[in-house]
Ligand binder design. Sequence first.
Ligand code: GLU
Length: 403
Amino acid sequence: MLKEAVDILGYSNEVFEFLKEPMRFLEVNIPVKMDNGQTKVFTGYRAQHNDANGPTKGGIRFHPDVTADEVKALAGWMSLKCGITGLPYGGAKGGIVCDPRNMSMNELERLSRGYVRAVSQLVGPTKDIPAPDMYTNSQIMAWMLDEYDHIREFDSPGFITGKPLVLGGSEGRETATSKGVLYTLQMVSELQNMPLEGMKVIVQGFGNVGGYLAYYLHEIGVKVVGIADALGAIYDADGLNIPDLLGRRDSFGIVTAQFENVITNEQLLEQECDVLIPAAIGGVITTENADKLKCKFVVEAANGPTTKEAIQMLNERGVLVVPDILANSGGVIVSYFEWCQNNQGYYWTKETVEERLKEKIHASFTNIQNTAEQFGINMKTAAYVEGIRKIAEASGLRGWINL
Ligand code: GLU
């Protein structure tokens, strides 16, 4: 996809060579005293893809399957996300190989603090600003902020975003990614002349993104016919009672364990609906199942849920795929707002945050849509073109590469 976008833009191969890998990558070993007194060593990563447009920005995920390659790829996608939404950042991403579901709060706190100590040379409010990602939350951001403040010996709320409100977090940050997906879906419905009310939607994922999204959709009269968590999925063509399901989730977003008529995540993706929203993990729509999907649109709320070949297959069948780097950019957009508020020491209302988020999503959607039409390409490729244009131009002007 990167190569394709570079070629469409008519850039030299230098651009591809430079952007295909992160500019910086750090691997760390973090010793953590576990509750049983023994020390366990965890592997952590931080990748900074490109800082031509400003400090780098991106979340930190805690997951047993985290790999160096995944973190590097995600950092690149963050660069594109910041590029298409016009944020003054490049992309970054961090990760720790761990299973937070099997760790106590005290162990998680020690791990979070250990990670910050390990990467502290590389990060900072004007260098690289972390945020939550898969299985990390505002409490983890609070511990990380506290550790950083101790190391630097001054209060630096702009070091990390996704913080709790009392520690300088922003109104609307926790729900930002799902609100961004919602605004994207509203754009799709306007574009296709298909009212949202009564539309049938499947949301795969019931955590921070999928859970709030299902709730907002339900609230505005969309029929959420299917949801899934990490253990399974439930589908009802007449619509699910989302508020009830949300109330029954455990702290990791698991609810399907309480039901008998559970289907698999794979089966859920193939059920009848108007819009399919993968909002959990990457690589779930592939050449294996792309032909079996019965939806009219796919809105990618997770990072990389659809493979390049699968997008091609879906497009050939007239299924529009709204790309992840646009659809799920709400999180980093409001992270940017949080950072601005921290730098100003002046805090905005939730209404202001959401209004400005909507503006940014609308502008980026329209821009990508126009680029897609101009070059006769799909929205995913158009998003890459717009993202790469921003990073390449800044890198070129700095004298790093020849376009
Ligand atoms: N982890 C989120 C993402 O993948 C948010 C990143 C941020 O807020 O910096 O976009």
